[in-house]
Design a protein around this ligand. Structure first.
Ligand SMILES: Cc1ncc(COP(=O)(O)O)c(C=O)c1O
Length: 429
């Protein structure tokens, strides 16, 4: 169903025509669902655990970026830009979403990457960026990324430069992405008002560039909700910290108020949210044991049946924090909502079309396919007809050695299991 305006313009009609917006989301409001099996596993007494299914907010590729893009691409189209330049890790969900939505609007997409640990997810993502017609730029070091992206922008001024994650960068940039999550807060408020869910005590959300968390924090305060946002840090502390969350939230609120003076003059300070640290591991993108455990457990108990996924860079770490929170005696009666920011649509049909042929990528990316990270089907030389029907094939996050229905000679699959157990390292924290 296509929408002709965001909820934000319904609540604040004065913002209409003053803020750019283009409809993208094809499935909103996203549903809220109770995770009763996980509740049982955690031994919750009197409390509740719910999930907000933003993973299905857009039919090709869901997740948090699409909410931000309704406002950001609104501006890109209004300014008649020819393309978009953005930055992310090699396996960036933000870059993938940007490639898909740029293609939707016939815009060029130029992606500049920084390092993240090499995983099967990274290998898949690079193939998908290329499949959705984005141009991949190889860079050396974090400064190299910024330098190359800036130089590119100077020589290609008709491209719109979107900051990493569609958020602000140290308080600089446009707050439009964050406004996507003020809009999302209104959506949740309507679900509360119509009795679909009671007002949660706490919302857990992964914080990478802090735009999602900041938008929710600002939105809830603006709407007078008591729900407290727990932002789980999944990037280094110079990127995720209380000051950055406040800057993101306050700049978005100030921007809205500048456009419409009827919007209450509120300010976000440190007491308005919780920043949860200790789940990142040694760096952005590494798999931690707690994160992988939470992914496996939730997918096994509810995800497979309800059709959602978690992954180990963002949502697995945020879910690990939910587990610890709800296991503590003092929180057992709390109503918790987990905001699922990761896509759960199946991308395997696109991946199959790439035929895993990395030779189509720029040469500098080929090395990512020639080093370590083999998949079980590569090790066992699994025939195509078996591989195509196997749940382990093209499955980036769930550990395929848990799959018991392998159709291959058990000796061969055992060999793969042993190899993969050795290669895949999980960090303790
Ligand atoms: C799946 C997922 N969850 C959470 C986030 C973090 O969102 P934000 O950058 O707004 O903090 C990202 C960002 O890329 C993401 O891909």
């Amino acid at each position: 169903m296509s929408r002709n305006k965001p909820l934000l313009f319904e609540v604040y009609p004065g913002l209409k025509e003053k803020i750019p917006w283009v409809p993208i989301l094809s499935n909103v409001p996203t549903s809220v669902e109770r995770l009763r099996q996980v509740e049982k596993y955690l031994g919750i007494e009197g409390g509740e655990l719910w999930i907000k299914r933003d993973d299905k907010d857009y039919h090709i590729y869901g997740g948090n970026k699409l909410r931000k893009f309704e406002f950001i691409f609104g501006r890109i189209l209004k300014k008649k830009r020819k393309g978009v330049i953005t930055i992310g890790g090699y396996g960036s969900n933000h870059c993938l979403a940007c490639a898909i939505i740029s293609k939707l609007f016939n815009l060029k997409c130029e992606l500049f990457f920084f390092h993240q640990p090499l995983t099967w997810h990274v290998q898949q993502s690079l193939l998908l960026y290329n499949y959705f017609k984005a141009k991949l730029h190889f860079n050396k070091g974090i400064l190299g990324v910024a330098f190359n992206a800036i130089v590119f922008k100077i020589f290609h001024p008709k491209n719109y430069a979107m900051l990493p994650g569609g958020s602000l960068f140290f308080g600089i940039g446009s707050p439009l992405g964050i406004i996507g999550f003020i809009n999302a807060a209104i959506e949740l408020k309507q679900q509360i008002d119509s009795g679909i869910i009671e007002e949660p005590d706490v919302i857990f959300v992964a914080a990478g560039t802090c735009g999602t968390a900041a938008g929710l924090i600002a939105g809830f305060k603006l709407l007078g909700l008591k729900t407290r946002v727990y932002a789980v840090a999944v990037s280094m502390d110079w990127i995720v910290n209380a000051s950055i969350i406040m800057k993101n939230a306050n700049k978005a609120l100030k921007y809205l108020r500048r456009k419409d003076k009827t919007i209450p003059d509120i300010h976000i300070d440190e007491d308005d949210f919780e920043l949860i640290e200790g789940y990142l591991g040694s760096e952005y993108g590494v798999k931690t044991k707690r994160g992988q455990f939470a992914v496996d457990k939730v997918v096994e108990l509810e995800g497979e049946e309800k059709g959602f996924k978690l992954e180990t860079t963002y949502t697995g770490k945020a879910m690990a924090a939910v587990f610890d929170f709800l296991k503590s005696q003092e929180n057992k009666n709390k109503k918790v909502l987990f905001w699922n920011t990761y896509n759960s649509n199946d991308l395997s049909k696109y991946l199959r079309e790439t035929k895993m042929d990395f030779s189509k990528l720029p040469k500098k990316f080929h090395k990512f396919y020639q080093e370590k990270t083999f998949q079980c089907w590569q090790i066992t030389d699994c025939p195509e007809n078996i591989r195509n029907n196997c749940p382990a094939y093209l499955n980036s996050e769930y550990r395929f050695w848990k799959i018991t229905e392998c159709k291959l000679d058990p000796k061969k699959s055992q060999k793969a299991i042993e190899y993969l157990t050795e290669v895949i390292t999980l960090e303790e924290s």
